[in-house]
Design a binder for this molecule. Structure first.
Ligand code: GLA
Ligand code: ZN
Length: 676
């Protein structure tokens, strides 16, 4: 499909599992009544319904689903219909044990839990195909159904003989000859050379796990297997004649899958958001969540859906903290602020038994609508209804930060300058936070995406270069872009072999330096970056740094900061290089946030960037969305107390929310500027 999906409204709803209540029509009736009150206009159904949809092999029981779909239709509620592959029935596991996953120790797991099937098993694929086909044939044109919620939170990996064989085939395709693979993986080290592809086994703590090229390729393979499975699920619904959008629900920083690889496979990106609100200061959690929203939006650079969130407390985090009054609204509207076209919950009615019986829900065991949580959900519903015209609007970011999954895999696997923690995510966040505090929308992209069009691109800690990043980065700077590199960049290629001849590979001329050594610091150690007198960015302060300090030898770059301590005192700690029409900076050490804030302030000031708002108080988030009719500026106060804030006089008017020079704690104000 690959075009922007528009639902014509902001979806408000979420996971609904009425197969648990089929014997209680009064509950279903109440649910509809409450949905209307809360302006719930969507439900996601059938996610875990396989055992009810196909109670016996080949016997499909769909009438109950049809009745529910009709009921939703009569009440103006749209349905994202799930394919039930996230959990399979007992009869299937018993009859066909190959559908069950094998763990890295080569043990086949028993039936139980969910998300534990083999993605290769021809039988599982066949069963899923048949189920999806039947569902799509029967309901693909049901007027209530607006899309396919494929499976649930794809994840994990299978090490069964079938998957091993697929892995070997995949490697054959990739490397063609075993010699090429041996070279790419440096297998002569510790005498691990392979004679043929059939000898290769998936990595395991019980066996081979020190060949980084193998580990990296296995992770890529797991992503591709999953992508292939998603395509298989999609094919079944398409073969049955449904062309409704397909989607999968992704997870917060999930390490197991490179989500960018799903960009052209799903029609719309969706994700499940469960921040631990009130564990840290709310503004801190808000920033962290914001970056994940931006990662999700940047995959397709289009609106996404918030597929799940908890209306109250979850039951699986270490402590199940209630959301304080107003938090649900703030968290829900934050998704919208970053480009979501929905607010959806897990789940609409609380389960009576089993693992999730204490997970927060819109309607709890008490069953009434006079609960605090229900009232807050109603409040979100009211907002979403008013926000209808904003559905489908886009975010136009002038700056980008790179966060790359494959780089993360390689970084975390390497035995290098620090094995306790390299703080990859934290390092990316420092640039991201600094941009956001300046009042900028930020795209968070990966190395495969284009750099052109952004005024500034921050590329923190890109240890592994792939997808011709060097060439793209060089062209970007040559044509006038501002590129920020950091320590520990351009060290290995995409099979995890170290580059020879100096690093950052391919960008030494662009950065005007060569990285010579890197010092790992103990947690209790630190160094500092001291401003060089008369430096061209007018730095005057001294900034703390920790964890990693890279020592570079400059050729054409200017040192703006130099180290203050240790044997490398006086060596560059921050550099600037003019290259063709652009500039490249290198941040040589893991600096404190203050440094990043000052640094990006200077960069933004020196460029053609327009910020959304100049003075943003602590804990306030500002973002924007735009469509043909208007530009929207969303201002959210994540402090629990009321704060004063002045809006610029630039043609924007307060559209929604209450503002009197101040914004209440956890409140949101949306400004709008209509286009002529
Ligand atoms: C995940 C799953 C849901 C549910 C929630 C609970 O996101 O997709 O099925 O288990 O967690 O928070
Ligand atoms: Zn398998």
């Amino acid at each position: 499909m690959n075009e922007q999906i528009r639902f014509g409204k902001m979806l408000h709803g979420g996971d609904y599992n009425p197969e648990q209540w089929l014997d209680s029509p009064e509950i279903l009736k109440k649910d509809i009544e409450y949905f209307k009150k809360a302006k719930i206009n969507e439900v996601s159904m059938g996610i875990f319904s396989w055992a009810v949809l196909e109670p016996e092999e080949g016997r499909y029981e769909f009438d109950w689903m049809e009745k529910l779909l009709d009921l939703m239709q009569e009440n103006g509620i749209s349905v994202l219909l799930a394919t039930p592959s996230g959990a399979r029935p007992k009869w299937m596991a018993d009859k066909y044990p190959e559908v069950l996953r094998v763990d890295e120790n080569r043990n086949r797991i028993f039936f139980g839990e969910r998300h534990n099937h083999c993605y290769t098993s021809p039988i599982y694929r066949e069963k899923v195909y048949q189920m999806n086909y039947e569902l799509a044939k029967r309901f693909g044109h049901h007027p209530a159904v607006i899309g396919w919620h494929l499976s649930n939170e794809y994840g994990g990996e299978c090490h069964c003989p079938l998957c091993q064989k697929e892995f070997q085939n995949w490697l054959k395709q990739r490397y063609q000859s075993i010699d090429v693979l041996n070279k790419a993986w440096a297998t002569t080290f510790w005498s691990h050379t392979y004679q043929n592809f059939e000898q290769i086994e998936s990595p395991s703590r019980r066996g081979e796990h020190g060949v980084h090229g193998l580990n990296l390729d296995w992770k890529r393979f797991v992503t591709e297997r999953t992508v292939d499975f998603v395509k298989h699920e999609t094919k079944a619904v398409r073969d049955a004649g449904s062309d409704l959008p397909v989607m999968i629900n992704m997870m917060y920083y999930y390490n197991g899958l490179n989500y960018h690889k799903f960009k052209d496979v799903v029609d719309i990106v969706t994700w499940d958001n469960y921040p631990t609100w009130h564990k840290e200061a709310e503004p801190v959690t808000a920033m962290d969540t914001a970056m994940q929203h931006d990662i999700m939006r940047s995959i397709q650079k289009r609106p996404f859906l918030l597929m799940e969130s908890c209306p109250s407390a979850t039951n699986w985090q270490s402590v199940s903290k209630l959301k304080k009054p107003g938090m649900l609204k703030a968290a829900s509207l934050q998704a919208i602020a970053h480009g979501s076209d929905s607010v959806q919950y897990f789940q609409l009615r609380q389960s009576r038994g089993a693992f999730e019986k204490f997970h927060g829900a819109v309607i709890d065991h008490y069953g009434g609508d006079d609960t605090r949580v229900f009232q807050e959900v109603c409040e979100v519903g009211k907002w979403l209804e008013q926000l209808e015209e904003m559905a489908g609007s886009l975010t136009h970011a002038q700056v980008a930060v790179i966060y790359d999954w494959e780089n993360r895999w390689a970084l975390e696997d390497a035995a290098g300058p620090r094995n306790e923690n390299l703080f990859y995510k934290g390092t990316v966040e420092k640039s991201y936070f600094a941009f956001r505090k300046q009042g900028l929308d930020v795209d968070v992209i990966d190395m495969e995406q284009e750099l052109e069009g952004y005024q500034i691109v921050a590329a923190p800690m890109l240890y592994l270069f792939r997808a011709n990043f060097q060439q793209k980065a060089e062209a970007y700077v040559r044509n006038g872009g501002k590129l920020i590199l950091t320590y520990w960049s351009g060290i290995v290629d995409d099979t995890d072999l170290c580059y020879l001849g100096g690093t950052p590979n391919g960008l030494m001329e662009v950065a005007g330096l060569r990285s010579e050594e890197i010092d790992g610091l103990y947690d209790w150690e630190g160094n500092e970056g001291v401003s060089v007198e008369g430096n061209s960015l007018n730095f005057t302060k001294t900034y703390r740094c920790e964890h990693l300090c890279e020592l570079v030898k400059t050729t054409s770059a200017e040192a703006l900061l130099v180290y203050g301590k240790d044997f490398y005192a006086g060596k560059p700690a921050l550099t600037r290089n003019h290259y063709q029409a652009g500039e490249c900076y290198e941040i040589c050490a893991d600096f404190e946030q203050d440094f990043y804030d000052d640094f990006y302030k200077k960069l933004v000031k020196n460029s053609n960037i327009t910020v959304l708002m100049k003075e943003i108080p602590y804990g306030v988030e500002v973002t924007s969305r735009e469509n043909e009719k208007a530009v929207y500026r969303i201002v959210q106060n994540f402090n629990c107390n009321r704060i004063e804030i002045e809006f610029p006089k630039d043609g924007f008017e307060v559209w929604l929310g209450s503002y009197d020079g101040t914004i209440a704690g956890f409140d949101t104000v949306i400004l709008r500027k209509q286009k002529q």
